[in-house]
Design a protein around this ligand. Structure first.
Ligand code: NIG
Ligand code: FE
Length: 428
């Protein structure tokens, strides 16, 4: 197999290149597009990008040449907030919500996260890996090449470790790249509810975190900070303990109600604060001062049938390096599709298509400590790129509900290719 590869004939090579830091304010609109662009890859890394004539000079006899056919080429999406390992689905609850029940009511009654916990606990690690492989394919075929992956459906020491080990195996065995996050504080499990809830917080801090660290199973720790789940005080204790173990910090904040989560994120200088549907001007000010990256998840607003989307425009105007992610999970956001998220971001949050792409690639990569390594098409970065069946980058958000990806590469290797023979036959 040749160790060099040239991608030529790209109507737009959307590089997202620029300064080596997250993009803020007007910078989010600058995509570094090279018209009639091309790219040269050696082994797993990008060696150079430029106009076609420049790159063609580098091609020798051994080089594999990929003709993009006048399509657009972008860096793979970096999905910085997902829950991609779980057993079963919640299609039944989806039906109940269609009939009028709310997400909060279903959770109160013992469903929601706790119903996925029961099924995930009953599953063997191998079954979680098998289910996860299917979802890995779904991510890849929509153009995502890296996902952040949370635990949080185990909620016991052994079941949380089982989930994180499954994530590690998925990272080793699929072309999708995973960044693991420990989310033991996703919900209070059935056996600790009521008078024993403080014991659960102790369990997370004193038993789960040390084991996660011992086995080196996570890079980040996350907490679901919400009125009926973990209070700001409990969230703070858990996150401070995680910091002692050298984990980076993320937080589910202000998703279902305004509860001080954004201010807590700012106080702790967490890497990200995620959701933020209810965050107000004061919360935004705090996040901006502390340099916390907001991770916005419009898929969960849409799928829960809510109407309150996070205030993306105000956040961009305040100079925050906004990130977009799917929140893929079996309850509030059962979609792995970043293009769907881009559509929601432009339609409901008034982010321009360019801002959306920045939020879904380079800014997302920085939010996972990987901005130096991926998220843009620049010399030295990982060759994670996607050829889309589109003439212009805006079409990724504009045509929605379809799969745009034509071919997906991770680490310089083909990971997915659309069956175009079949399509040719149909359109002939
Ligand atoms: O980000 N908010 C908490 N966690 C997920 C929902 C998980 C679930 O419903 O299973 C979220 O929306
Ligand atoms: Fe989430």
């Amino acid at each position: 197999m040749s160790d060099t590869l040239a991608v030529v004939n790209c109507s737009q090579l959307v590089t997202l290149g620029g300064a080596a830091r997250p993009r803020k304010g007007r910078e989010m609109r600058d995509l570094g597009i090279i018209t009639d662009g091309a790219m040269f890859v050696r082994d797993t890394r990008i060696e150079s990008v430029g106009v076609r004539s420049e790159i063609e000079r580098l091609i020798d006899g051994d080089c594999e040449v990929v003709d993009a056919g006048g399509r657009i080429v972008l860096p793979g999406f970096v999905d910085a907030h997902t829950h991609p390992v779980f057993m079963g689905t919640r299609a039944e609850e989806f039906e109940q919500r269609a009939e009028g029940a709310t997400y909060a009511e279903i959770a109160e009654a013992g469903g929601g996260i706790r119903s996925t916990v029961r099924q995930t606990r009953a599953a063997h690690e191998d079954e979680l890996v098998a289910a996860g492989k299917r979802y890995a394919q779904w991510f890849l075929r929509t153009g995502t090449t890296t996902v952040e992956a949370k635990s949080g459906y185990g909620l016991s020491v052994e079941d949380e470790l089982k989930m994180l080990r499954a994530i590690r195996r998925l990272n080793e065995r699929t072309p999708l790249q995973y960044v693991p996050t420990f989310l033991g504080a996703h919900e209070v499990p059935d056996e600790y509810r009521g008078a024993r809830r403080v014991e659960y917080v102790e369990l997370v801090i004193n038993e789960m975190l040390p084991r996660v660290k011992e086995e080196d199973l996570a890079e980040y720790c996350d907490v679901f900070c919400e009125e009926k789940v973990f209070s700001c005080e409990e969230s703070k204790r858990i996150l401070l303990a995680a910091r002692e173990h050298d984990l980076g910090l993320r937080i589910h904040a202000d998703q279902l109600s305004l509860g001080g989560g954004a201010q807590l994120a700012a106080e702790l200088k967490t890497t990200t604060a995620d959701h933020l549907e209810h965050t107000d001007a004061d919360g935004i000010k705090h996040l901006a001062r502390a340099g916390v990256q907001p991770v916005l998840l419009p898929g969960s607003v849409y799928a829960l049938g809510h109407t309150r989307y996070p205030a993306a425009r105000e956040m961009i105007d305040a100079g925050l390096a906004v990130v977009l992610a799917t929140d893929f999970n079996p309850g509030s956001s059962p979609t792995p599709s970043m293009p769907m998220i881009l559509s929601l971001a432009s339609t409901h949050m008034k982010m321009t298509p360019a801002e959306g792409l920045t939020a879904a690639t380079i800014n997302a990569a920085y939010s996972l400590g990987r901005g130096h390594d991926r998220g843009s098409l620049e010399a030295g970065k990982r060759a994670d790129f996607v050829i889309y069946d589109a003439d212009d980058y805006r079409e990724l958000a504009y045509f929605f509900g379809i799969e745009h990806a034509f071919a997906v590469y991770t680490n310089g290797r083909l990971a997915y290719r659309r069956d175009d023979k079949l399509e040719d036959e149909i359109s002939a």
